[in-house]
Design a protein around this ligand. Structure first.
Ligand code: SF4
Ligand code: SF4
Length: 132
């Protein structure tokens, strides 16, 4: 079994889907450094912390503070949840969910074949980084 995926140039569709971006402590540190803020200042400005869960705050009129016209302004250090999309466990583990996700991601079904083992490895990285 294999999947086909290639992120489409200029596309930012997944950043506009309603939902939350959960981040890891490591994501927070890297994004803070990249944006020139201390971890504490970054958290205060951009993060909601609830018990063990951290997620990015959402601006009023869009889904993410870091989504600019040219795309993700923190692309180099974007959270693991964003980096691994669409290889999320719930999509990789169910063929139907993977196919249905084409609605949100025009890259699904395009590009080179990706072996299911490789896709599962990415999905398990996602599971251990963001167990929500
Ligand atoms: S952090 Fe970047 S990739 Fe993730 S949702 Fe925001 S703009 Fe999109
Ligand atoms: S929706 Fe899919 S193709 Fe578009 S930016 Fe996100 S991962 Fe890439």
């Amino acid at each position: 079994m294999h999947l086909r995926f290639a992120c489409q140039p200029g596309c930012t569709k997944c950043c506009n889907v309603k939902g939350f971006v959960y981040i890891t402590e490591n994501d927070l540190q890297r994004m803070a450094l990249y944006t020139g803020l201390s971890a504490k200042a970054f958290e205060k400005k951009y993060v909601v912390r609830f018990k063990q869960l951290l997620r990015l705050r959402k601006p009023r009129k869009s889904q993410c503070h870091f989504l600019l016209e040219g795309g993700c302004s923190v692309h180099e250090v974007k959270p693991v949840q964003c980096r691994l999309y669409p290889f999320w466990p719930e999509l990789v583990e169910e063929r139907l969910h993977w196919e249905t996700e084409r609605i949100n991601c025009p890259g699904i079904g395009k590009g080179e074949l990706i072996q299911i083992g490789e896709a599962c490895e990415m999905a398990s990285e996602m599971k251990s980084a963001c167990p929500v």
